[in-house]
Design a protein around this ligand. Structure first.
Ligand SMILES: Cc1cc2nc3c(=O)[nH]c(=O)nc-3n(C[C@H](O)[C@H](O)[C@H](O)COP(=O)(O)OP(=O)(O)OC[C@H]3O[C@@H](n4cnc5c(N)ncnc54)[C@H](O)[C@@H]3O)c2cc1C
Length: 434
């Protein structure tokens, strides 16, 4: 081992592990050791996409210099946030920190807000005034809302009619409102049209609120005014609502007057039917139409759809080379906007970056999404699918893989799926933050 220092030996071991992990063993080209040792990868956002990517960059190649920039010092997950409304989890149960990313994985975690990125100079500017240089940049800043889409719904209105579609203070606010609502009151929820973060999230939220009402305020009602004609796992949710919460939940599709045009937070009124019909709620949850997070627009990564077009093999931006956009902000073909896919895309992107830094072709990804919903404490349902990369992007479900929970399943199966839902949460958060 003469001529090989201990540090270099550890680097070589790391490189070997990563190479075989990507199925690149036996590849003829020589790894670019010198440039790899110097490569600085910056990841913006410490949610499911960003934290997973920062961790797996270091897992795949421990010699990389990885910096993750996240504005908050801890992260409350949206998954599990609906369970809080049902009393099945506490707010603290769904908060995660970045200690393992720092200590166990050697990621340089910086808490600051990114205000600008200069793709030509490869420099990130922070609210504190500091700058961070990069060789490769990954952005996973999540979503923001199209606030002007519903008349009367603005920043101030979110404090009266919360969206609770980014977990944190908005989750706590909706919880407080539901707890303060009198028995016999009406909870109105208004989900947006596609595409939006977590399509099965609204019916799961309705289910969890129904569970809370059933156990604490049984005379209360839930009205879902939907901008869509259909919703994820509809047959399964409807069957469960009839069994667990008969007569409590009413769902109104867009064609029957469900689409919301205007709100008046002062009178807690929602206007549908092009403004002709009014609904008053005691608690109103407006989930506005969505778009890629503000920062993605600031950096120039967004096209006229409001989302970020990417090469769906490597998730490199089609508008700014050298910047990868992952998670909910990206247009990811048939993949839904979920924490599970954000985690999955993050690993594939980390693998692509490590491969490219070594002068290898990125591995061809195969993706998976699994989404569990709790309808009651012992009643879980799920949908799962496997996705392959086609010529134009990520294609819908591989035949024979995944599927939906069956209808009319025995109680034992529903309760087993409720257990799997909790297990899924424990494993995805351990994989992302642990
Ligand atoms: C109610 C609800 C339930 C859900 N349930 C599930 C579920 O059961 N399963 C599932 O798979 N998915 C679920 N999801 C979806 C999941 O939460 C998202 O798809 C996932 O969080 C997307 O990850 P992301 O990394 O793209 O964004 P995020 O997780 O939102 O992370 C973005 C991060 O970027 C940071 N950031 C943004 N801008 C800046 C900036 N300028 N500077 C610094 N930091 C910045 C933010 O602070 C944030 O931490 C649910 C969503 C909701 C709303």
């Amino acid at each position: 081992m003469s001529g090989i220092t201990r540090r270099n030996f550890v680097k070589l071991l790391g490189a070997g592990g990563a190479v075989s992990a990507f199925g690149l063993a036996g590849c003829e080209s020589t790894p670019k050791t010198a440039s790899r040792a110097a490569a600085r990868v910056v990841v913006i956002g410490g949610g499911f996409g960003g934290a997973s990517c920062a961790k797996y960059l270091r897992v795949y190649d421990p010699s990389l210099n990885v910096t993750m920039i996240e504005q908050n010092t801890s992260y409350m997950t949206c998954p599990g946030s609906n369970w809080v409304f049902g009393g099945l989890a506490k707010l603290d149960d769904i908060v995660h920190n970045y200690n393992a990313l720092r200590g166990k994985h050697g990621v340089n975690v910086v808490h600051d807000k990114v205000t600008a990125v200069d793709p030509a100079k490869r420099v990130v500017t922070l609210a504190s005034g500091k700058t961070v240089e990069y060789d490769r940049l990954v952005m996973s800043p999540g979503i923001d809302f199209r606030m002007k889409a519903i008349e009367g719904y603005d920043e101030a209105a979110t404090q009266i009619m919360p969206h609770s579609w980014k977990a944190g203070p908005q989750t706590a606010l909706l919880l407080k409102q539901l707890q303060a609502m009198p028995d016999g009151g009406t909870f109105i929820m208004c989900p947006p049209g596609m595409p939006f973060r977590c399509p099965p999230g609204p019916p799961e939220r309705a289910s969890m609120v129904a569970h809370y009402f059933k156990t604490h305020k049984p005379r209360s009602k839930i009205l879902i005014l939907d901008a869509k004609e259909d919703f994820s796992k509809k047959g399964l949710f409807m069957e469960a609502w009839e069994e667990l919460y008969p007569g409590m939940i009413e769902w109104v599709p867009a064609s029957k007057g469900g689409k919301v045009f205007r709100v008046d937070p002062k009178t807690m009124t929602v206007y549908t039917d092009e403004g002709l019909t009014t609904h008053k709620g005691d608690v109103v949850n407006i989930i506005p139409p969505q778009r890629a997070a503000d920062l993605a627009s600031t950096v120039g990564l967004v096209n006229d759809t409001g989302w970020c077009p990417v090469n769906q093999h490597t998730f490199e931006s089609k508008l700014a080379p050298g910047i990868h956009v992952i998670g909910d902000s990206a247009v990811a073909g048939a993949l839904p906007k979920s924490g599970h896919t954000a985690n999955n895309i993050a690993k594939m992107t980390a693998a692509a970056i490590v491969s490219e830094l070594r002068g290898h072709k990125p591995p061809v990804p195969s993706h998976v999404n699994t989404c569990y919903s709790l309808v009651g404490p012992e009643y879980g349902i799920s949908i799962a699918a496997v996705y392959r990369l086609g010529e134009d992007g990520v294609l819908a479900g591989v035949k024979g893989a995944g599927g939906l929970s069956p209808t009319k399943a025995p109680a034992l199966q529903r309760s087993q799926e409720a257990g799997y839902a909790r297990g899924w949460y424990a494993s995805i958060t351990a994989d992302t933050f642990g």
